[in-house]
Design a protein around this ligand. Structure first.
Ligand code: ATP
Length: 580
């Protein structure tokens, strides 16, 4: 039977719902531990009002042994509930880690997307709250009325006093919450802005240092930092005020409760044991409220993190694993494709349509800013804002499970990003390194001999972001990574930008090998030399495909066009003025 939409759980709620048994166990053990928290009170009553009156050592021994036994059970209950939650936390992480990882990477492709680091921060926050003291506060708080009820049983006036203090504490917490949340959030936003700013600049530290820009940027950083300090100071000030008031109330409550008890003892309405017990009981009754107040901020930020995660998972649902498809041959079809970007009124690509058969080498040309790199991203399915159809072997690219599609695609972006690891790991796309495939890819990219000259050959670590390699070497390793595992379609975005002549010759050789294997190759380039390797030419201008067809036909048409325009141009006016 289908669940009505109203009762349908979100993916994240569903993941939590799977832990209902654990939460029930925690509830049960919380009940045991909270009930047993009455033990010290009852013990105190027994010692003062029974043992001291009867002077019986045997009674004292019996009462003490029972008390120790109950404390033992209480400790076991608390330990068990902590253990249950810690294990649940690890399982929750295992269940959601991969999903959050994939969804956050997908979302990051859209420029407005959350960074994977933040998504993981959110997951950590939710997990820490659900498996830490914060949650215990929620399980313990409902027991506060029981302690108040027992205080009432000792004397109604003491019970009333407990209620009054509980109300004051809740009111103070509410006041604190209202006045501290906004400044605290502003301070944390400012702190993360400063961190992001610094991180961005550190990435370009060479440029900053070489051109003496550090000082100029330090002023900008200082402004942001000052903003953070001010906001943090405001948040701290409110927090300190609330904490001071809270302390005042707690101490007052302890002493006043004892004073009120003493009054009742003088009046003969309460025993001395009852007075002390009531004092302990009142502190116990207020402890969960105190804890709840203390963990409220954690709860609020965990709830916000939970909502962000829920949004993220809803926006990027899990790809259906049943959608497993046969390996594509490499036919690519674009139909009425428009690609936009946030902050732009007009699309970057306008009404692009073409079909490229497997085994075709396509050179994509066009002036700078005409949309070639955007087209490359659309073709490998990583441009977020696309309308129209992008079909690989007739099936929409977006419907593929990305993990499954990845090995069938090769992509060399303009800014080659390599990752910390060895050359072999980078070429093998960080999957399990298959030496034969790695060497094949390196050979195909004309890189094998060069790699062997490195100190540790394929096992040479390349440093963070490939920092230990030259621009040309990085580009060629990127090329080997793109052709690793013989993907059906390879998109190379200016692969020759950093290459010297031998490098370019090796690239042409790579393209020829891919063609011979029946792969589809898109070669985005500025260099006319690369056109020789292409069967097909596409020319983009201002986001529009102005020419598309077999290479020679397109070149012929272009030549004809230029000859016609030359013929129709008026002759140049004479450069020197003619005598009249
Ligand atoms: P080049 O040859 O210089 O690399 P290109 O033909 O590859 O240029 P693209 O990088 O595709 O051009 O950019 C095409 C247009 O899209 C440019 O005007 C650019 O400003 C714009 N553009 C590219 N990426 C984005 C983005 N993420 N957000 C907004 N506009 C973008």
């Amino acid at each position: 039977m289908k669940t009505p939409a109203l009762f349908q759980r979100s993916e994240l709620m569903g993941a939590l719902w799977a832990f209902r048994r654990e939460f029930c166990i925690v509830g049960l053990f919380s009940a045991v531990s909270n009930l047993l928290m009455l033990t010290p009170t009852i013990y105190m009553l027994q010692v003062y009002d029974r043992v001291l009156v009867s002077q019986s050592e045997l009674t004292l021994l019996a009462v003490s042994l029972i008390c120790l036994f109950l404390f033992g059970i209480m400790a076991i209950a608390e330990w068990t509930r902590s253990r249950v939650l810690v294990r649940a936390g690890v399982r929750l992480d295992e269940q959601l880690g991969t999903r959050v990882f994939n969804a956050s990477f997908e979302s990051y492709l859209g420029s407005s997307g959350a960074s994977p680091a933040r998504a993981f921060g959110d997951l950590l926050q939710v997990r820490q709250f659900l498996t830490g003291q914060g949650l215990f506060a929620f399980f313990d708080a409902p027991w506060a009325p029981i302690y108040v009820a027992v205080t009432f049983m000792l004397h109604p006036m003491l019970g009333m006093l407990a209620i009054v203090f509980a109300c004051i504490q809740v009111a103070l917490a509410w006041f604190g919450h209202r006045h501290t949340v906004a400044p605290a959030e502003a301070a944390s936003r400012a702190a993360s802005e400063v961190a992001v700013y610094l991180q961005g600049k550190l990435r370009n530290s060479e440029v900053l240092e070489s051109m003496g820009m550090v000082d100029n940027l330090r002023h900008r950083w200082r402004e942001r930092h000052q903003d953070f300090l001010t906001k943090n100071g405001q948040a701290q000030a409110v927090n300190n005020r609330v904490t001071a008031w809270s302390k005042f109330i707690r101490y007052s409550q302890q002493s006043l409760a004892l004073g009120a008890g003493a009054l009742l003892v003088i009046d003969g309405q309460l025993s001395a044991g009852g007075m002390i017990a009531a004092n302990v009981l009142m502190s116990r009754a207020l402890a969960p409220i105190d804890m709840l107040v203390g963990s409220w901020r954690g709860f609020v930020s965990a709830r916000a993190a939970f909502e962000r995660l829920e949004d993220l998972l809803q926006q990027f649902p899990e790809r259906d694993p049943a959608l497993s498809r046969v390996a594509p041959r490499g036919q690519l079809q674009l139909q009425a494709v428009f690609a936009g970007a946030p902050g732009r009124d007009t699309p970057i690509l306008k009404n692009i349509g073409f079909t490229v058969e497997p085994g075709t080498v396509v050179a994509v040309l066009g002036p700078s800013g005409s949309g070639k790199s955007t087209l490359a991203r659309v073709m490998v399915g990583i441009w977020p804002d696309v309308t129209g159809d992008v079909l690989l072997d007739g099936l929409p690219l977006g419907g593929w499970n990305r993990l499954e599609l990845g090995p069938h695609l090769g992509y060399l972006p303009q800014d080659v990003e390599l990752f910390e690891g060895t050359i072999a790991e980078n070429i093998a796309r960080f999957s399990e390194v298959d030496s034969d495939k790695v060497i094949d890819a390196a050979r195909c990219a004309g890189l094998h001999e060069m790699i062997l000259r490195f100190p540790k050959g394929y096992d040479t670590p390349i440093g963070e972001a490939g920092g230990m390699l030259s621009g040309g070497q990085r580009q060629r390793i990127g090329l080997a990574r793109a052709v690793y595992g013989d993907p059906a379609m390879v998109v190379l975005d200016e692969p020759n930008a950093n290459l010297d002549e031998p490098g370019e010759a090796a690239l042409m050789n790579t393209v020829a090998q891919l063609k011979a294997k029946g792969k589809t190759v898109f070669l985005i380039t500025h260099r006319p030399g690369a056109i020789g390797a292409a069967d097909h030419l596409m020319i983009l201008n201002n986001g529009v495909l102005v020419a598309n067809g077999p290479r020679d036909a397109v070149i012929g048409a272009l030549k004809q066009q230029s000859a016609q325009s030359q013929a129709s141009e008026p002759p140049h006016p004479p450069l020197t003025p003619q005598p009249a």
